[in-house]
Design a protein around this ligand. Structure first.
Ligand SMILES: N[C@@H](CCC[C@H](N)C(=O)O)C(=O)O
Length: 279
């Protein structure tokens, strides 16, 4: 965008924060540098991801949902953002529906605004085939052994539309999220880089989770990370069908029946303020 005014809404889902832009009623064509500037917590608005609402021409979705990490890279999926997307299009009067199908770079997901104000998202069926994650492995396994800095680590690899590695830890508070997260994010076994989840199993229906996100570092919550952790935990026989995921920013409810079934994620979506940017 050469310059001019841009109306935005600042939102968050459990502290995973977003700048949301209506690309239907205003022209939005941002460069990578402009997205990085908007996401900057000192010189811009500040956010983990920038979310863009666009019109969708097909019959199978109402909107196109685009996601950009704070580093400016466009990515396939964002779970906390999906709940904020639903709240945004409804509150801005872009839809009158409370069940909203949207198209992302990784396919269609369906957002449901509940009467209690929470948003439930059908996040689709998790992908476990290594090539589709993408993850370099000869065959699909529940746990893979990956060499990182001379050490061999056991991790699960899952795509929720975007790639996730999930490591089980005994205590999430002391997990090396920043150092190991950064090393794994750009590990050659993940050709498109990866989000890295550190999961502590508290009970069969409760986990604690911290996520080092691709393209922005550790966040207060990661929706797709919560889904991926529950999928990984269920496949290892550690978790029940309904799991509360406790993240630094709050709690998500994840439900997954098992292989071939879609994952449902329920949680809040909050509007913080609206503003105008001069680019
Ligand atoms: N915060 C997100 C995920 C955002 C995208 C992720 N960093 C990626 O690069 O895939 C969520 O709530 O899912």
């Amino acid at each position: 965008m050469a310059g001019g005014e841009l109306h935005f809404t600042k939102m968050h889902g459990l502290g995973n924060d977003f700048v949301v832009l209506d690309g239907i009623n205003q022209r939005v064509d941002l460069s990578t540098a402009q997205i990085q500037h908007i996401a900057d917590r000192h010189f811009g608005v500040g956010c983990d991801q920038l979310l863009l609402v666009e019109a969708y021409a097909g019959a199978d979705a109402e909107f196109r949902y685009r996601i950009f990490n704070a580093d400016g890279g466009e990515v396939e999926q964002c779970g906390n953002g999906a709940r904020c997307f639903a709240r945004f299009v409804y509150d801005q009067g872009l839809t009158r529906q409370t069940t909203i199908p949207v198209m992302t770079a990784s396919g269609r997901i369906v957002l449901h605004i509940q009467t209690d104000g929470q948003v439930m998202v059908n996040m689709g069926v998790p992908v476990l085939a290594p090539a589709q994650i993408p993850f370099v492995a000869e065959r699909q396994q529940t746990l893979y052994s990956v060499d990182v800095g001379g050490e061999s680590l056991a991790l699960a690899a899952v795509s929720m539309g975007n790639p996730h590695a999930v490591l089980q830890v005994t205590a999430v508070d002391s997990a090396p999220v920043a150092s190991l997260g950064a090393l794994l994010e750009s590990h050659p076994a993940f050709p498109k880089r990866v989000n890295v989840g550190f999961m502590q199993v508290v009970a069969r229906d409760r986990i604690r989770l911290r996520v080092f996100e691709r393209g922005c570092g550790e966040t207060l919550a990661c929706g797709t990370g919560a889904c991926a952790a529950v999928v990984a935990g269920r496949l290892q026989g550690l978790l029940d069908e309904q799991v509360s995921v406790s993240l630094p920013g709050g709690e998500l409810r994840i439900q997954w029946q098992g292989a071939g079934q879609p994952v449902a994620m329920t949680g809040p979506a909050v509007t913080v303020f609206r503003g105008t940017l001069n680019l």
